[in-house]
Design a protein around this ligand. Structure first.
Ligand SMILES: Cc1cc2nc3c(=O)[nH]c(=O)nc-3n(C[C@H](O)[C@H](O)[C@H](O)COP(=O)(O)OP(=O)(O)OC[C@H]3O[C@@H](n4cnc5c(N)ncnc54)[C@H](O)[C@@H]3O)c2cc1C
Length: 426
């Protein structure tokens, strides 16, 4: 008589086929996951159902989330002292779990910490103090300056056209900076933030343009409780409703020149470097949200019977689950790859970072869409969180750069590497 041994199941972690996680990484992952499951997801769902004008008022679930997040004590300082590769991994693990909990709240935390990250990078204690304990935002896009703010090379513009100076400008005087205009309604945390990283076009005394029609830029840390700052109403929108968005208006807002952390000569490089680093977060959030949607579908097909048995028992369902699983793993692999390159390369580039964001958010959209499809009609109802995930994922194909534009920039970069460095020539 022969004995037949069953092949044992492979080892899997919370996040999937993640064999190289250290004990410490697993510990962080578990902690963040519990927070995402017990705090973030329920609060995110609550905020999602409120009208925008109520959702972010003092005492609302939005502020409860931030208070709980602060108690968790996992700020940028947690990464300090780590080797770049280890920091990239840990950051990915943390952001993936937060994205699993709620993609909008994760962005609120990420954008919320951006002024502080940049203040710390500047090394100026006054700016660090100014950002301490405050929720931040990143004021970059404006009503007339959306995708145009993401162009790095002049040849990417229509021939003969100049850079787009948009609707929000800084004018540098001998001792201060005067800011006038408005942001777009899309500024994450814009409706409620207490401090801003303002990333705009600047006039240093000889106009907004250089001799080639390129705009000059600046990055400034601006406290938002000063004279001349006002806000629009929180935006009503389809997805990421847990993330407050809205215009910030600047009417002759004056700040000392030392609040500028990037000016005429170093703006382009600092802007590109900051975008390359901050842009990796969207890919990790995609990994978390895709996994969350997939898990819901996986559970549902083990409950719902059609065709005489559980959906999970049909070969067609197994094929579809396989397709989803492949995508979830590939989103994570891409997210970690781009983050590792960006943290470890001597010359990271935002167009490469953006290629990861494009891939991960496009694949995410496919995953959430197909997961919802596995629910049939039930997926469209509010009884299941999958419909919210679908709306949240949709926003991510536009957020942080519209995906077609980002893919075009990446193609431009590949072409430049080929032309200028001979890369890709046999
Ligand atoms: C959830 C979310 C969060 C956001 N957070 C922030 C934030 O924190 N701070 C901030 O400043 N902004 C933020 N944004 C704004 C975001 O960066 C912009 O929405 C994005 O860059 C696209 O700009 P736009 O919406 O003006 O679209 P547009 O640039 O007007 O694009 C509209 C369409 O035109 C196409 N298009 C644009 N340019 C070209 C071209 N050259 N050639 C061919 N086609 C073109 C695009 O592909 C797109 O399909 C956020 C947006 C979202 C959705």
């Amino acid at each position: 008589m022969s004995t037949r041994y069953e092949v044992p199941l492979p080892q899997v972690e919370l996040s999937g086929f993640d064999i190289t996680l250290s004990e410490e990484e697993q510990g962080v992952q578990q902690t963040m996951h519990r927070f995402a499951r017990d705090v973030m997801r329920p609060l995110g769902q609550e905020i999602d159902r409120l009208p925008a004008e109520q959702a972010y008022l003092p005492g609302s679930p939005f502020w409860e989330y931030h208070a709980e997040m602060q108690k968790l004590g996992f700020g940028p300082e947690a990464m300090e002292g780590l080797e770049p590769a280890a920091a990239a991994r840990l950051e990915g693990i943390v952001i993936e779990e937060l994205g699993w909990g709620d993609a909008g709240l994760t962005v609120s935390t990420g954008a919320g910490g951006l002024p502080m990250t940049m203040a710390r990078a500047s090394g100026q204690q006054e700016l660090i103090d100014l950002c301490e304990g405050k929720l931040g935002c990143w004021c970059a896009t404006q009503p007339d300056r959306g995708s145009d703010g993401l162009i790095l090379y002049p040849e990417e513009r229509h021939p003969g056209s100049k850079g787009n100076k948009g609707n929000l400008h800084a004018t540098f005087t001998p001792d201060e900076i005067i800011i006038n205009g408005q942001t777009s309604a899309w500024v994450s945390n814009g409706a409620v933030a207490q401090v801003a990283l303002v990333d705009i076009v600047a006039d240093y005394g000889d106009g907004f343009y250089d001799e080639h029609g390129n705009t000059f830029g600046t990055n400034i840390i601006v406290p938002l409780d000063i004279k001349g700052v006002s806000r629009g109403k929180p935006l009503e929108k389809l997805g990421k409703r847990a993330l407050p968005q809205g215009e910030v208006y600047f009417d002759n807002v004056r700040v000392p020149k030392r609040f500028a952390i990037a000016t005429r000569d170093d703006y382009e490089l600092k802007h590109a470097y900051a975008w390359a680093h901050a842009g990796t977060a969207m890919s990790h959030i995609s990994a978390g949200l895709a996994r969350a949607a997939f898990e819901l579908a996986l559970a549902y097909v083990h409950e719902r019977k059609q065709g005489g048995t559980l959906l999970a028992n049909h070969q067609l369902t197994q094929y579809r689950l396989g397709g989803l699983g492949i995508k979830v793993e590939s989103i994570r692999a891409m997210a970690r790859h781009v983050a590792l390159y960006t943290k470890c390369s001597p010359r990271p580039h935002p167009y490469f970072t953006a290629s990861g964001k494009t891939f991960c958010t496009n694949e995410l959209m496919d995953v959430v869409n197909e997961s919802l499809q596995l629910f049939g009609g039930a997926g469209l109802t509010r009884e299941y969180p999958i419909e919210k995930m679908m709306r949240d994922a949709r926003a991510m194909q536009i957020e942080d750069g519209e995906n077609n534009i980002l893919q075009m920039h990446y193609g431009h970069l590949l072409s430049r590497l080929h032309q200028q460095e001979g890369w890709g020539r046999a």
